[in-house]
Structure formats: structure tokens, C-alpha cells
Ligand binder design. Sequence first.
Ligand SMILES: Nc1ncnc2c1ncn2[C@@H]1O[C@H](COP(=O)(O)OP(=O)(O)OP(=O)(O)O)[C@@H](O)[C@H]1O
Length: 300
Amino acid sequence: MIEVTGVNKMFGEIKALDNIVATIQEGSIFGLIGTNGAGKSTLLRVISGVLKPDTGMALIDGENVYENPQAKAKIFFLPDNAYFFQNATAKTMAEYYQVIYPQFDMERFREMVSGFGLEFTRKLSTFSKGMKRQVALLLGVCAGTKYLICDESFDGLDPVVRQAVKSIFASEIMKRDFTPIIASHNLRELEDICDHVGLLYKGGILLSKELEEMKYHIYKVQCVFQNAGDEEEILAKLEVLQHEKRGSVMSIVARGTKQEILMTIQEKNPLLAEILPLTLEEIFISETEVAGYDIKNFIS
Ligand SMILES: Nc1ncnc2c1ncn2[C@@H]1O[C@H](COP(=O)(O)OP(=O)(O)OP(=O)(O)O)[C@@H](O)[C@H]1O
């Protein structure tokens, strides 16, 4: 488990991280979402033990990670711009990581590189950006660390490759103790990959939730009631996140199970009551509006 306990980080006058408290559970894929400058890279660097926070700490399985080689050995960090040595090839990079991570699986790496249609001994400097990202991700998976921290590593990968990496992650999670953490500025990049999403807003974590729980416990209902008094009663009874009225149609976004919400509405014999699916984006917007934030502009 990764625990971040009251982490603050200033760069001169800029507050990059503002009292972050977060927990990342094992065996799931954690997505960290935030706009440019929200503090994602800074937080990931703190979690990787590369950057010292001003206050607070990041604990990897209970141990402070900063300047702690034992805790750091459990982490492979993929920065947003993959760094390769001059003249490096997939093969020579793998040989380098084999020294740092003795459990590095060279055979598997060779197979996966070839499975992705990449050349093992061609200079990485001649690879496209996406191809370099693929090599970096495969190096990360084959390093065999418990935690794989990916800073925007999925952004811009083509759909076939994303799908392939997604299944590699899923099979690693089944086979061994593996927890990937993926940062992105785009919710859509992560919604089909992650089990849990944390939303970073101006250096603080605004929301951290299981995606399944979010999807199955928030619904949008469109309804038409016979009289205005019914509307007031329903709004008071349901756990409403958002509501609006257009003509006679009332749209309500409410928390609860599908059955609970519909049953409450049906008590009033509405002329119409229809449950509509919500996109993850709509769920995020509703959840954060309740907390007093307007994030419409930055999650799409
Ligand atoms: N080395 C640094 N020196 C000064 N300011 C920094 C430094 N690193 C980060 N910052 C500032 O900290 C804030 C958070 O930056 P960070 O790189 O963590 O954001 P991010 O969410 O990863 O953004 P992006 O999506 O653009 O990569 C920004 O305001 C940035 O300018």
C-alpha cells in the first residue's frame, strides 16, 4: 500500500502540492487525473522517493521512501519523457535495468518487444514517440517491481497498443503483486484502464473513488411529476447531486441504487420516470460541484 501523509511541496512561491493525503491500495490500477500544472508529476516524484517533500511523507508498504533504497527497489518510475542513454537500444536499456532490478525478466522483455513489432537492437533515438513509450512501458513491466509509476505514459498511445498494455497489466495483477499508478490530464484516457481514480486539483486531492462504485451508485433520472409539490418532496428525499428543470421535465442526478431512486420517484406516480446512463465525466462533474468546484473545463 502507498500512503501519502500530509505532503506539501513549494517551488519558490509556487505551491505544487497542498497537504496531500492519499492511499493507493494494492492490486488495483490507480489513475491520477489533473490538468497541466495540477501537481501530478510532483506527487509521483514524491511517491517514487526522487523528490523530498517540505512536510509529510510517502510511505511504501509502511516505510518512508525518501532516500530509502529498500523501499525504492519496489518502484519503477516512468517519467513523462522516457529517458534513454545515447545510442541505446531496447536490448542495452534492458541490460542496464537488469543491474538495478535483479528480478528483471529479459526473456519476457525480448518476447514482448517482438510481439509489439519493435526491433530489439535498433537505436531507440530512431523510434517514434509512441514506440519509445511502448519500450519504456515494457521495461517497466519486466522490471518486476511491485509498483509501476507511469507519468502520462498512456497519453497518445494508439488504441491497439493501449489495449495490449491494458491486458498485460491485467495479467500481471493476476500473476503477481503488481500495482500500476498512471497519471494523465485526460479522464477519458484512463476510464477504461483504472479501477480507482484520484482527481488532483490545484495541488490537492479533490476526489478519490473506486470507478465501479462511482458508476453504479450515481444515476440521472428524467421525470415529469403531476404537481410541483411532488418535485420538492422528491428532491428532499433523494441524495441529489444536481437537478434542473426544462419545461415540465425535471432532470435529477442522485446518489443511490437504481432501485432505490426509481422506487422513491414511483411513489408519486410520475407521468414519466426514466433512468439514463451517466458518463464518467458527468459523474466527476456532479461529484465535484457538490464540493463547490467547477471542473467542467478541465476533465474533458
Ligand atoms: N522544478 C520546478 N521548479 C519550479 N516549479 C516547479 C518545478 N516542478 C514543478 N513546478 C511547478 O509545480 C506545479 C506542479 O507541476 P507538475 O509538473 O507537478 O504538474 P503536472 O500536473 O504534472 O502538469 P503536466 O500535466 O503539465 O505535466 C506547476 O505550477 C509547476 O510550474
